[in-house]
Design a protein around this ligand. Structure first.
Ligand SMILES: [Cu+2]
Length: 134
C-alpha cells in the first residue's frame, strides 16, 4: 500500500489565474504597473518514501515559482493526525529550493502536513497527506 508514496500537491494554478492578465504570457505583464507575484508550486516528499512509526523521517518540501526554485522562502511544517495535537517544525533551507525538517511519527495512519510557505511576496499553505505504516 505504501510503496510509492510521493505526495505531490500542485496548487490550483489555473484557479489562481482568474485575474485576467494572469492567463497571458509573462512578457505581456510589462504593460501592467503592478506585476502579480507568481504563485508557488509547493510539493512534499518524505525520506524514506514510506515512513514508519517511530522512525526518523525527513520531510522535504520543494518550492518553485514556475520552473525556478525558490531558495529564500520561510517554510514551517504543521503536522497533525485527525483531532490530535498539531506540531509545527521549522524547515531548513537546503539552498536548492528544498526545505527539510526531521520528525518522528508516533502512530500509524494518515497524517496531514500543512506546508506554511512565506516569501517576500506571498504566503501559501497547501496541505498534503502522509501515510505512516506501523
Ligand atoms: Cu500558513
Amino acid at each position: 500500500m505504501n510503496r510509492t508514496i510521493v505526495y505531490i500537491l500542485t496548487l490550483g494554478l489555473a484557479a489562481a489565474l482568474t485575474t485576467g492578465c494572469g492567463a497571458q504570457p509573462k512578457d505581456e505583464h510589462m504593460n501592467h504597473k503592478a506585476v502579480q507575484p507568481q504563485k508557488l508550486t509547493i510539493t512534499l516528499q518524505t525520506e524514506p518514501e514510506a515512513p514508519r512509526v517511530g522512525e526518523k523521517t525527513e520531510l522535504i518540501a520543494s518550492v518553485k515559482a514556475g520552473e525556478e526554485p525558490v531558495t529564500d522562502a520561510d517554510v514551517e511544517l504543521e503536522i497533525w493526525q485527525g483531532d490530535g495535537p498539531h506540531e509545527t517544525v521549522q524547515a531548513t533551507a537546503a539552498g536548492d529550493g528544498s526545505y527539510k525538517a526531521a520528525t518522528q511519527f508516533a502512530k500509524g495512519g494518515r497524517y496531514e502536513v500543512q506546508i506554511h510557505t512565506t516569501t517576500s511576496e506571498l504566503h501559501q499553505m497547501p496541505t498534503v497527506t502522509v501515510e505512516v505504516s506501523e
